[in-house]
Design a protein. Structure first.
Length: 256
């Protein structure tokens, strides 16, 4: 599934609002010129009560008056960014630029979501993670630690990107795949299935890593190479060109 359509908060705001506005901007302004919000009615999903103070917005355009979405505590949403649906932004997180956080997504801790990026579905972005560019994080995916998701990349399904890893370019990480350590997935590469890319491994070009494969250490997978099955690449292994490496109970195999 690919999510590429920008949602318009003004359309979302047209939903039935017979209960009245959900929040207001208070007169409290922080050092960045942002306004603290105050709930005008209960938001049962997050146990917010009318009168509770929330986080900080540049304007009412940053947070929908409909749905259960909320910005908590020290979190900040500014620029042209939009939070709607049932999304939560909390902790010391920042959402800015033209980014969007929606669905049941959560952005928290010291994370940053900016550029034209989208975080949606049931996904979570936390720690010191950064989601930027035109990247999409959706499904049940998790971006955590000091991970960076940028460019036109996508993280979806139940995939996890963590540690100091990076997903960039037009790369896709999906399924139950994990990218961790200082690994980098870039270019037009695809990492999917139950695969793991970790350590200082690099996966780039038009390469594919899938199945139950493991790529770690200082391994490199690039070109149009494919690594799949129960393959294990470690140390300084390199798979490139049109090579295929796959594993099964009988051992590791390579074809060209």
């Amino acid at each position: 599934m690919t999510q590429t359509t920008k949602h318009d908060l003004s359309t979302v705001q047209k939903e039935s609002s017979h209960m009245g506005p959900k929040y207001e901007l208070t007169d409290e302004v922080n050092a960045d010129g942002l306004y603290r919000i105050r709930a005008l009615r209960d938001i049962p999903l997050y146990r917010v009560k009318a009168g509770d103070l929330g986080g900080w917005l540049a304007s009412g355009a940053n947070l929908s008056q409909t749905g259960e979405c909320w910005v908590f505590c020290n979190a900040q949403v500014f620029g042209n960014s939009q939070v709607f649906g049932n999304a939560q932004v909390f902790g010391n997180s920042r959402v800015f630029g033209n980014s969007q956080v929606f669905g049941d997504a959560q952005v928290f801790s010291d994370s940053r979501v900016f550029g034209n990026s989208q975080v949606s579905g049931d996904s979570q972005v936390f720690g010191d993670a950064r989601v930027s560019g035109n990247s999409l994080v959706f499904g049940n995916s998790i971006v955590s630690g000091s991970a960076l998701v940028s460019g036109d990349s996508q993280v979806s399904g139940s995939a996890q990107v963590s540690g100091n890893s990076q997903v960039s370019g037009s790369a896709r990480v999906s399924g139950d795949a994990r990218v961790s350590g200082s690994a980098q997935v870039s270019g037009n590469s695809r990492v999917s299935g139950n695969s793991l890319v970790s350590g200082s491994a690099l996966v780039f070009g038009d390469s594919l890593v899938f199945g139950d494969s493991r790529v770690f250490g200082d391994s490199r997978v690039f070109g149009s190479a494919r690594v799949f099955g129960d393959s294990r690449l470690f140390d300084t292994s390199q798979v490139f060109g049109d090579a295929e490496v796959f594993g099964d109970d009988g051992g590791l195999h390579e074809s060209h």
